[in-house]
Design a protein around this ligand. Sequence first.
Ligand code: GLV
Ligand code: MN
Ligand code: MN
Length: 397
Amino acid sequence: MAPVADFEQMWRDLAPVGRSASSGGYFRQPFTAAERELDAWFVEQCRARDLEVERDRFGNTVAWWRPTGATGPAVLTGSHLDSVLDGGAYDGPLGVASALAAVDLLRERGHRPARPVGVGVFVEEEGSRFGLACLGSRLATGATDWEHARTLRDRDGVALEEALADVPRGEADLLAGVGCFVELHVEQGRDLVDRDAAVGVASAIWPHGRYRFDFTGEANHAGTTRMEDRRDPMLTYAMTVLAAEEQARATGQRATFGRVDVRPNGTNAVPSAVTAWLDARAETPEHLGAMLADVERRAQDRARHDGTGLTVTAESVSGAVHFDPDLARRLASPHGWPVIPTMAGHDAGVLSARGVPTAMLFVRNPTGVSHSPDEHAGTADCLAGVVALADTLERLT
Ligand code: GLV
Ligand code: MN
Ligand code: MN
């Protein structure tokens, strides 16, 4: 059996897995070799700690610490191990490694939890492979139905059901006895830097969504087709990017086109089609709806002008989340941790939306950069996060 590793050793063990030699970023898409290596590492670390590993049929995992006498609603912690394409080391794995280290610290302190404690890993939190954010937690909570999810396909046409075929799974309902969820996460902004705090607690998550824009036009020769004779979907797409940026700036919201497919993607041909994905986030569902409606209206106007076609499909929408305010206050007050909102989505938001009392702890990120190889948190802050999570679990159990 593998030895129990402390936080810093765990971090060193995880560092090379799925790391690109050229960018230094991580490619840990769900059910790929790198992500499976992380899964095997997690199970090994759980077994080294005598935690009982359970799986559900979607590939999610929870490892239980159930000392004699621990009964009643469980306290679940943990996060995810997958990454965005070329992502950072911390988004997800920090919450998993910190959860294991927090269990170790509680044991060192001699704490005997009165309730079971679970360390969980949800699959495909980023939606980087199948497009739906927080897919594992959505399936575990029933927020997304399997009949819909099983047919989702990745960029190579592999369906989720096929990708799961070789993944170790079980029959457990991992959330059945869970009374509370606490997810620790690297902060994805600079709020804690500005507040000079190593740790914070989340108050809310902005509503957000991913919308697929399918622009169609007419493939033609780049040299011989007069400019006025073209039906170029790239132009409509380009104008839509500018409209989204303008609208988001004007209203204080967020709009990003980070992914685009061009067909046939040849230098000397007017494209036949462009598919692009808008990631939109806003303070309230009304702001989100208004921003999307405005961008779509302007895109359709431009499509008429360009003689192109456009359809917009919502692929992944997450409502506003307001974390349990009493729980947030109870956790934050004794330590003076700031309580701050975030614009990033999390499995904690999915569980909260399904009625599980949920809290999030954030660990300071000195640059605020995330979803990037440059994402970072200092070791001292990570260790402060472990202590904060252990304190929180101790209080809750
Ligand atoms: C998840 O990290 C998201 O907000 O996209
Ligand atoms: Mn992320
Ligand atoms: Mn995350």
